[in-house]
Design a protein around this ligand. Structure first.
Ligand SMILES: [Zn+2]
Length: 383
């Protein structure tokens, strides 16, 4: 009898405690989640907004540490010919508020492709747009400002007059504001295989970027993707467009949600049929970090003995300040802590970060090259 009473008291107390704690927990996690979502919309907090949540990134630890401990073993330490080009597309305010402080922290420069009519005018997906003043500050900081049309249309759908407006006027628009773009990026990578589009681009620009290949690499002699090509000339002898040329520079869009085959699937499917339609891939921070590491190291094997043959180009869109990509259903989002960890990886592993405008085109050899005086052509250099 005494024992039963004791048991009863214990059960009642335990039940009471569970009831007390449970609503509190539920409320707490709901509040935490909505807090993260609100943060996305609020005025960015700058670098202090990067939380210590990148413990999920297996190999990269505290974001503010500048220690040079190697974080991955994929790259060999004697490969000093590692280049990367970082792009930001579509004129988001986060280019200035979020990307610039992190790039500055590591001393990196990036290329920003601007959509002229989106600047200061409000964005197509309701995100805050960058201002002319902010773009000017990016340029003052040594960043590279280039053109990405007037309104971001599918260029394959346009008349010649509209092509002239989207492609030619976007150069004029940036010129009018004190910028001097010589490189163009196709909206959603569409148009680089269309002769009318490419001919119009060639009237106004020196180079153009697309994203036609599953890899991140641009081959400087355009010889990496087609057995038919040994240089970057724009058309074959029969007049058809080459798949790789100065107006079809390849890149890899850093997107954490993908439809269809992922780059990793392409070997198993034997080359890009429709057998991956309906497949959806979603990656969290640590999975995207691994994809980034794979992309930037895909040049390994091509660049050696002081000769650079291939450069990965990574394209970001918008930086957001909640902890993990699994909180986001928008493919183009990249979390601040992930971007910081990726730049730290490049910094710690000795990658040279250059901009699109560091790429030049040589008419004689019909190939791309890195302008300037990089010391990469010293064979055997192990600095
Ligand atoms: Zn775009």
């Amino acid at each position: 009898m005494k024992r039963q009473t004791l048991l009863f008291i214990v059960v009642v107390t335990a039940t009471f405690l569970v009831m007390l704690v449970n609503p509190f927990m539920t409320q707490f996690s709901t509040a935490a989640r909505s807090h993260h979502i609100q943060n996305r919309m609020k005025t960015p907090r700058g670098l202090s907004g990067i939380s210590g949540n990148n413990h999920r990134l297996s190999s990269s630890s505290s974001s503010s540490s500048s220690s040079s401990t190697p974080t991955q073993s994929i790259t060999s330490s004697n490969n000093n010919d590692k280049f990367v080009i970082i792009n930001f597309d579509d004129s988001h305010e986060s280019d200035y508020m979020y990307a610039k402080p992190i790039l500055d922290k590591y001393g990196f420069k990036a290329t920003f492709f601007e959509v002229c009519n989106w600047i200061e005018e409000g964005h197509h997906d309701k995100d805050v747009s960058i201002t002319w003043q902010q773009i000017d500050a990016l340029q003052q900081d040594g960043m590279d400002i280039e053109a990405h049309t007037m309104t971001h249309p599918n260029l394959n759908d346009l008349s010649q007059a509209d092509l002239n407006y989207e492609i030619g006027q976007s150069k004029q628009c940036l010129d009018n504001h004190g910028f001097n773009p010589t490189i163009f990026a196709y909206p959603n990578g569409k148009g680089a295989d269309n002769p009318e589009v490419v001919n119009t681009v060639a009237k106004y620009y020196n180079l153009a970027r697309t994203d036609s290949k599953p890899s991140a690499l641009t081959f400087l002699h355009c010889d990496g993707n087609s057995e038919r090509q040994t240089d970057c000339r724009t058309s074959f002898s029969d007049g058809t467009l080459t798949p790789s040329n100065r107006y079809s520079i390849n890149s890899w869009a850093h997107k954490h949600i993908e439809d269809g085959c992922s780059a990793n699937d392409s070997s198993s499917s034997g080359g890009g049929g429709d057998d991956c339609s309906g497949v959806r891939h979603e990656y969290d921070n640590s999975q995207m970090f691994e994809k980034f590491v794979t992309a930037v190291n895909s040049q390994y094997g091509y660049n050696k003995d002081g000769i650079v043959r291939a450069i990965p180009i990574i394209v970001y869109h918008i930086l957001v300040n909640y902890p993990d990509l699994s909180d986001s259903n928008r493919p183009i989002d990249t979390t601040l802590n992930l971007f910081d960890a990726e730049m730290k990886y490049l910094y710690d592993n000795g990658f040279k970060v250059i901009t699109m405008s560091d790429l030049g085109y040589d008419e004689n050899s019909q190939s791309l090259h890195i302008k300037g005086t990089y010391s990469y052509n010293t064979p055997g250099s192990n600095a």
